[in-house]
Design a protein around this ligand. Structure first.
Ligand SMILES: [Zn+2]
Length: 227
């Protein structure tokens, strides 16, 4: 059977979107100061290219939870690792961008993701950190996913202690049952998974995780019955 951690462990290192000259000219002519500048029509093509680029480079997996996203990123969020409300000037800095599933993107919300308060960093796009140590959470451009997360018992996502994993797990709510379901689909091991989830449920003490595992179990049962 394919090992899930291998499938999920892509990296964006050195794979930022190569902004075209025409796109750079638009960016130069339209500096961003407010989070809603993101919606300006002049950025439409650039955003569409960015979305496709990262969806492909990310092996069609969310930057954080690594569930499957659409091949062109449609329906998925262009994720700002440092939220654009914190640093609107950085909204098109390529190493601040990736594609995330809607759930990771909205759970992460507008929290500060840098080690220091955002005011301690300059506003210009050049001040967006390129050092992984400046980030509290996992950064798909600088970090190796498998250094921060692991897959236990074939398809359970677990953060590695003393890494950025635990903070990312918390911020993005990575205990969601749909992550388990997506991994199971990736492995095509639905029937077998039912037993593993039941086993996992027995030793799980945290109510909020238990609740999500119950939902996963229900959905698996449904999928098995539908097939
Ligand atoms: Zn996600």
């Amino acid at each position: 059977m394919a090992k899930l951690d291998k499938i999920l462990d892509y990296s964006l290192k050195g794979k930022t979107y190569p902004v075209k000259n025409a796109e750079q000219a638009i960016l130069n002519a339209n500096p961003t100061y407010l989070k809603d500048d993101w919606e300006k029509s002049c950025f439409k093509n650039l955003k569409s290219n960015v979305r496709k680029h990262y969806a492909r480079r990310q092996n069609r997996k969310c930057a954080y939870c690594r569930i499957t996203i659409s091949p062109d990123g449609s329906g998925n969020a262009i994720e700002h690792i440092v939220p654009r409300i914190k640093k609107p000037q950085w909204m098109f800095v390529q190493h601040n961008l990736s594609i995330a599933c809607i759930n990771c993107n909205s759970s992460k919300g507008v929290e500060n993701t840098m080690m220091q308060h955002e005011n301690n960093y300059g506003h210009s796009p050049n001040h967006c950190p390129t050092d992984t140590n400046e980030f509290k959470i996992f950064n798909p451009h600088f970090d190796k996913w498998s250094d921060h997360f692991e897959i236990q018992d074939e398809f359970f996502l677990v953060p590695k202690p003393n890494t950025k994993g635990p903070d990312t797990y918390k911020l993005c709510n990575l205990h969601r049952y749909i992550i388990v379901l997506d991994y199971i689909d990736e492995l095509n091991v639905r029937k077998k998974s039912f037993k593993s989830i039941t086993k996992r449920l027995r030793k799980e003490k945290r109510p909020h995780v238990k609740e999500q595992l119950e939902l996963a179990k229900e959905s698996i049962l449904e999928m098995i019955e539908n097939n």
